[in-house]
Write a protein that binds this ligand. Structure first.
Ligand code: ZN
Length: 344
């Protein structure tokens, strides 16, 4: 197989709360990975449980044992009612983080060119010691530290989930070796991610928040890619590009109001792949975060996989958003000033 895309599926069937949006039904269409011609480009990887020595690079042992204890006493909630835990959740979280590690390793060791860890529970809201927003362990952060332990120091994380990745930002905001860029609808959960949060101390400038108004969509993401992501990434010179891939920014998602289309995700995937090819030998790995309509979720996951495979999108079932887009010119201008970028 030439240039395969590594992937793993961690469905976590026992991590379930009926009626909660983050549930195993999200994965009911995973057999769409068998669609040709995509299937011919995919390399399935068995997910192992994450080794404790890797997880503890992000979460202290006290947090991990508290999570194990809460899980053994489950079912219950870990925060204000949106992050549930069951007796299966501890192992599910370790398997999701393990899948993230295994996929990133396949890309680093050259087995695959790119990858997608299709895992749940998601991770980007969890900080070192605080679970939240349906997240238990921060999968992408664990993968980032693992990549660094293998000698690839400069890690760029782009988080296009509709919610701000407050956990990931919190973990890395003082660390200049990790560039964290987030697009998110501003003013919804978790409330963080203002344009002026740019990192602190040694990490000042290594956080770029792109808060978006409701109804920003495909055109906004085109502008963000060319006017912000590309120049910032070129300046940073990453060794690998890691993506927090939340598909709740699709216009039909029930939880928020950005309006990317499936075609927009495919186009974004192409732009990100080109960026990785230009800067880090094509090394790019996606990690699933949100996306809560089970049908739309797999349309959009497949759109990204088609972009990685260099294939056109066969179909956009839902088409473009039914509402006109808002302009984000002013936000881009402010960010260019804030982060010392030449206007384009
Ligand atoms: Zn989200």
């Amino acid at each position: 197989m030439n240039n395969p895309i590594a992937y793993t599926v961690v469905s976590s069937l026992g991590h379930d709360l009926p009626g909660h949006p983050e549930n195993p039904r999200r994965f009911q269409h995973f057999n769409r990975l068998e669609e040709p011609p995509l299937s011919e480009k995919l390399l399935g990887i068995e997910a192992n449980l994450a080794p404790m020595s890797v997880v503890t690079a992000v979460h202290p042992p006290s947090y991990i044992s508290a999570l194990e204890k809460a899980s053994s006493q489950g079912p219950g909630f870990l925060d204000h009612g949106d992050t549930y835990i069951t007796t299966a959740s501890y192992e599910a979280a370790l398997e999701a983080a393990g899948g993230a590690i295994d996929v990133v390793q396949a890309v680093i060791n050259g087995q695959a060119n790119s990858g997608f860890a299709l895992v749940r529970p998601p991770g980007h809201h969890t900080s070192a010691t605080r679970p939240s927003g349906f997240c238990l362990l921060n999968n992408i952060a664990i993968a980032a530290r693992y990549v660094q332990s293998l000698g690839h120091q400069r890690v760029m994380i782009f988080d296009f989930d509709v919610h701000h990745g407050n956990g990931t930002q919190d973990l890395f905001e003082m660390d200049r070796s990790i560039l964290y860029i987030s697009t998110h609808q501003y003013g919804i959960y978790p409330g963080t991610g203002s344009i002026h949060e740019i990192g602190s101390g040694e990490g000042s400038g290594s956080v770029v928040n792109i808060p978006l108004p409701a109804r920003a969509g495909d055109q906004a993401f085109d502008a963000i890619t060319t006017q912000l992501l590309q120049p910032i990434a070129k300046r940073f010179q990453p060794d690998i590009l890691l993506i927090s891939a939340g598909f709740d920014a699709h216009w039909n998602d029930p939880l928020a109001n950005l309006q990317l289309s499936t075609t927009g995700y495919h186009q974004l995937g192409i732009s990100l792949l080109h960026l990785a090819e230009e800067l880090c030998e094509g090394k790019i790995v996606y990690f699933l975060e949100g996306g809560y309509d089970p049908d739309d979720l797999w349309d959009n996951i497949l759109a990204i996989l088609y972009s990685l495979a260099g294939e056109p999108l066969p179909v956009d079932r839902l088409g473009s958003a039914p509402f006109p887009e808002v302009s984000i010119d002013q936000i881009i201008e402010t960010l260019q000033t804030l982060h010392d970028l030449e206007p384009m």
